[in-house]
Ligand binder design. Structure first.
Ligand code: COA
Length: 70
């Protein structure tokens, strides 16, 4: 992905989703960590995504302060 017009080896993660009736049982967390493994194998210098800071801050993501646009 490009950030402010430049590509420095950062890769994007997602979209990630879990069926509503199966949420909050650990599937989302497993998908995030499987994604980290895959991106590491691709030599990612960093990882970015579009998602809720409330959820993704627990994985080390820091919000850029811009709300996601639909
Ligand atoms: C976001 C999403 C993928 C999480 O999947 P999940 O299977 O419910 O997540 P998990 O059960 O693995 O929970 C992972 C952690 O996030 C937390 N969490 C999950 N949903 C949350 C919510 N709505 N609000 C706050 N925290 C939440 C859990 O408490 C858990 O925290 P812990 O590690 O401290 O226990 C799922 O809610 C979803 O599909 N949402 C709709 C699509 C979406 O918003 N995707 C993100 C954009 S890519």
């Amino acid at each position: 992905m490009t950030i402010n017009g430049s590509h420095d080896g950062w890769l994007g993660l997602g979209p990630i989703s879990v069926e509503p009736d199966r949420q909050r049982s650990g599937l989302g967390k497993s998908l995030v960590f499987a994604g980290f493994d895959a991106l590491r194998q691709h030599g990612a210098a960093g990882v970015a995504l579009i998602g809720s800071p409330k959820i993704y801050s627990r994985y080390g993501f820091v919000s850029d302060g811009h709300p996601a646009k639909p």
